[in-house]
Design a protein around this ligand. Structure first.
Ligand code: ADP
Ligand code: MG
Length: 386
């Protein structure tokens, strides 16, 4: 981690010619359980990971906002006085969009001083670990401090979401930013997407000798946009049939009736969301009462539900999950939106090496693309580092 601080500081100096006044960072996240429940106002249980995006910043005497990143040679700049959601594009829409979104929460862009910001990151981009929330949250925390806004972390999560929805143009929920801002070491963030109440839930992976293995299939299917939209539409149809605002208002007791009044496909979509919400609640209770070694069956059941009811898995994800389960994982599931991306496998530390070999071999035997396999730890959320 201190490497990231050094790299961001050095990058800042070479991009802008002087030293930063401070360094802030925010982590990526992985979702332990609770998939496609966020937009149904349900429950999710993500945790912040030990991969971080670092933002080095110095204020300026004028009203210019400049951003540079180790990811790209393109330095973007805009005058704060003319900053709007439509005035930003490309990668810089994330950090500049955050500055714009802060104006809805008390920042006065007509008088705020400008800043130079340099971004360095070891969060893989586009792997489902939310590099986007990491960049948003690091910049939001930095600007909140130097502009003396005093916003809560819950509010900064809304700022990041607003930037992503309106400046970037991606219709995402608030899970990623909440995890990145509220995360704690060896703990998850239990988020109620209806009330936005967030609670830190200790995971106890370390004491139990467990590692969370990410298996990134490197598969990105074209269906993801259309598939996501059609799943959302099915959920809305199901809620409408019950005359409730969202599927959050249904419980497993409603599933018999759902089967009677819905077509088979809509019923299975609804069953995924309703049972997944219950699995998040069960996971939180199990972690508290029995510890992490007892949550494996819930992770496995989540995968089956996404594969068979929500139908968002792909053969590579199924192979990753099945191979992990057969080689020591106590529970495994695909994570993220589906149609590609990564699986997670909760695995006793001493079995991680064998599991990794087994998955690599299984992918090779099917001539699938080589997966990226690595361990992540639940880490502290956004913070000032220097
Ligand atoms: P994910 O959040 O799953 O990694 P997204 O598509 O939501 O994927 O966000 C990735 C985008 O965020 C990148 O394409 C880039 O525009 C921006 N981004 C993330 N991290 C950085 C970074 N360190 N430097 C510049 N841009 C970044
Ligand atoms: Mg993202």
């Amino acid at each position: 981690m201190s490497d990231g601080i050094e790299r961001a500081t050095e990058g800042f100096v070479s991009a802008f010619g002087s030293a930063p006044e401070g360094v802030w960072s925010a982590p990526g996240r992985v979702n332990l359980i609770g998939e496609h429940t966020d937009y149904n106002e349900g429950f999710v249980l993500p945790f912040a990971i030990d991969r971080r995006t670092v933002a080095a910043l110095a204020q300026r005497d004028d009203s210019l906002l400049r951003v540079a990143s180790s990811f790209t040679d393109e330095v973007a700049e805009i005058d704060l006085r003319s900053l709007t959601a439509d005035a930003v594009s490309g990668w810089s829409a994330y950090p500049l969009g955050v500055a714009w979104a802060l104006s809805a929460y008390g920042a006065d862009l007509a008088s705020a001083p400008g800043a130079d910001i340099y971004i360095d990151s070891d969060v893989p981009v586009g792997a489902g670990l939310s590099s986007s929330a990491a960049i948003e949250s690091s910049v939001a925390l930095a600007l909140d401090e130097v502009w003396e806004l005093g916003l809560s972390r819950e509010t900064l999560a809304k700022v990041g979401q607003k930037a992503e929805n309106e400046a970037v143009g991606a219709p995402t929920g608030i899970m990623d930013q909440s995890a990145s801002l509220l995360g704690r070491e060896d703990a998850a963030v239990f988020l109620d997407c209806r009330s936005l109440d967030a609670e830190v839930v200790p995971l106890g992976f370390r004491e139990a000798g467990l590692e969370l293995v990410i298996i990134d299939t490197n598969v990105k299917h074209e269906h993801s946009t259309g598939g996501y939209a059609s799943r959302r539409a099915s959920c809305e149809r199901g809620a409408a049939a019950f005359e409730v605002p969202s599927l959050r208002y249904l419980s497993v007791d409603d599933l018999d009736r759902a089967q009677q009044i819905l077509d088979d496909e809509t019923f299975r979509r609804v069953r995924h969301v309703v049972t997944e919400n219950q699995r998040v609640l069960d996971t939180v209770r199990t972690l508290r009462e029995q510890g992490p070694r007892a949550i494996g069956a819930l992770l496995d059941a989540s995968h089956v539900s996404m594969r068979d009811d929500f139908e968002i898995s792909v053969p590579e994800l199924d192979l990753a999950v099945e191979t992990a389960q057969a080689n020591g994982a106590i529970g495994a599931r695909m994570t993220g939106g589906g149609f590609g991306g990564a699986a997670i496998a909760l695995t006793p530390a001493e079995l991680v090496a064998d599991l990794t070999t087994a998955v690599v071999d299984a992918f090779a035997a099917k001539e699938y693309a080589v997966p990226a396999i690595f361990v992540v730890n639940a880490a502290e959320g956004a913070r000032r580092d220097r």
